[in-house]
Design a protein around this ligand. Structure first.
Ligand SMILES: C[S@@+](CC[C@H](N)C(=O)[O-])C[C@H]1O[C@@H](n2cnc3c(N)ncnc32)[C@H](O)[C@@H]1O
Length: 191
């Protein structure tokens, strides 16, 4: 019997990025008036697996900061360092994609965000950091900014790290499709 090759998370991420679609094993649900909507797994997700792309418009941080956003819209802007410059993914447009609806969890997130370079452009992708059971809300740490909803939580202190490491996964430009090289490249993630 032929053994099926297990798809690698980076390869999976790149193929979903290229398809401009979300994986079908997640759904959007309204949670409450405080959190609004969230994204939930409909089947178990293995640790390390690609989850969703944080899709949006790639802007230089200068272009992003010259635009006018409401307070709500500005929570959909994700700033990050790439090639020694600050960039932003502007996901403020209601485009039906799920990555933009993933909520913050600073204490024990089940996903982390990584840069995935596809056709020489950075894309932001969520990967599971633990087993995620079906029915669980997907979340990640938005970074160390003082988000208003966090200030309501009184019994804990944010971790004493100013920067986090993100990993660059580089799509291999020499071959079309979904091949990649995976380099554990330390980068500053800023939000
Ligand atoms: C990127 S959006 C996430 C999707 C959002 N829940 C929605 O319904 O559009 C960020 C917004 O979600 C809410 N949010 C995210 N994480 C939260 C949390 N842990 N607790 C409360 N609200 C949260 C805040 O209102 C924030 O402005």
């Amino acid at each position: 019997m032929l053994k099926r090759k297990r798809i690698q998370p980076a390869e999976d991420a790149i193929s979903w990025v290229l398809s401009s679609r979300d994986k079908p094993c997640f759904i959007e649900k309204y949670i409450d008036s405080n959190k609004g909507r969230g994204v939930f797994a409909t089947q178990p997700i293995e640790p390390g697996a690609f989850v969703l792309e944080y899709r949006g418009e790639l802007l230089s941080v200068e272009d992003c900061r010259s635009r006018h956003y409401s307070e709500k819209q500005s929570t959909f802007l994700f700033e990050f360092l790439w090639q020694n410059r600050l960039w932003c993914i502007d996901a403020s447009k209601e485009d039906g994609s799920l990555g933009r609806l993933v909520n913050d969890n600073q204490k024990s997130p089940n996903c982390t965000i990584k840069k995935v370079i596809v056709h020489d452009k950075p894309r932001l992708c969520l990967f599971a950091v633990k087993l995620i059971e079906a029915g669980t809300e997907i979340n990640y740490n938005y970074g160390n900014s003082k988000w208003p909803w966090r200030e309501k939580m009184t019994n804990w202190q944010p971790p004493a790290v100013a920067v986090e490491e993100t990993q660059i996964i580089q799509a291999d430009p020499s071959s079309p499709g979904v091949s990649y090289t995976d380099s554990a490249n330390s980068q500053v993630k800023e939000l």
